[in-house]
Write a protein that binds this ligand. Structure first.
Ligand SMILES: Nc1ncnc2c1ncn2[C@@H]1O[C@H](COP(=O)(O)OP(=O)(O)OP(=O)(O)O)[C@@H](O)[C@H]1O
Length: 225
């Protein structure tokens, strides 16, 4: 099967600094892949490059969330499908939510614990609630591939794991940056470790242990691709 995304010796420079160096990897359709690595390792930059290459085929749940504070939870989620309707319908929906999308968003929001919050402006939500809104918006885009940049970092591990399972079930392919090694091992097939902008390892999750990932985060040696 041909790769969904393939990088060969990919290097990225920003502001005169090399932030990804000589990265080679291929992601096949259907893979569930976790990106791990210490802060500043290059996870967001790599996700950004994958997103750039996949374009409309992927939905990104960004680390900064990108929500519009003044708008309701419903409208923030609806935004994922803005381009599917004309401006007049989108304007109408701003004041009088359209029955179809409202029903879809209500269904999507239920398991995310957002159903009771749909009319609330996101400005007043907690960090975890905001993160779930961003997750719902990315899911409502209904793309083949989900790209998440620490999408459950504000949730407790149990809820985070449950939502990662939902995201994985709703998308053929998922690439998710995580800081929680246990979540990476429990919910993904493959784990890629980045350190200092370089690929440190690329292994099946089943071949890794929590202790090994803890060692990787501590900066242990012996982590070569
Ligand atoms: N536009 C930019 N200009 C200059 N440096 C940048 C730019 N974007 C990212 N960097 C640098 O590249 C490195 C990798 O950043 P990136 O956000 O990809 O890391 P990360 O692994 O996602 O980190 P975190 O876990 O903290 O989110 C960092 O040192 C960061 O400061």
């Amino acid at each position: 099967m041909s790769a969904l995304v393939e990088l060969q010796g990919f290097t990225l420079e920003r502001g005169g600094q090399c932030i990804l160096r000589d990265i080679s990897l291929a992601i096949a359709p259907g893979e569930k892949l976790a990106l791990v690595g210490p802060s500043g390792a290059g996870k967001s930059s790599l996700l950004g490059e994958i997103h750039r290459r996949l374009g409309e085929a992927a939905a990104l749940c960004p680390q900064q969330l990108g929500l519009v504070d003044a708008l309701s939870v419903y409208h923030n989620i609806y935004m994922a499908q803005l381009q599917r309707r004309n401006s007049l319908l989108n304007l109408w929906n701003l004041f009088f939510p359209l029955a179809g999308p409202l029903r879809e968003v209500e269904e999507l929001s239920q398991p995310l614990g957002l159903a009771a919050l749909l009319r609330r402006p996101v400005a007043g939500l907690s960090g975890g609630e905001r993160q779930r809104v961003a997750l719902a918006r990315a899911c409502y885009a209904q793309r083949e591939t989900f790209l998440g940049d620490e999408p459950v970092s504000s949730l407790d591990p149990e809820q985070g794991g449950e939502l990662l399972d939902r995201v994985n079930a709703a998308h053929r392919t998922a690439v998710v940056a995580l800081h929680n090694p246990a979540l990476a091992l429990a919910h993904f097939d493959r784990v890629i470790g980045l350190r200092g902008g370089e690929l440190a390892f690329d292994r099946p999750a089943a071949s890794l242990t929590a202790a090994q990932l803890a060692d990787f985060y501590r900066g242990g040696s012996g982590w070569q691709a």
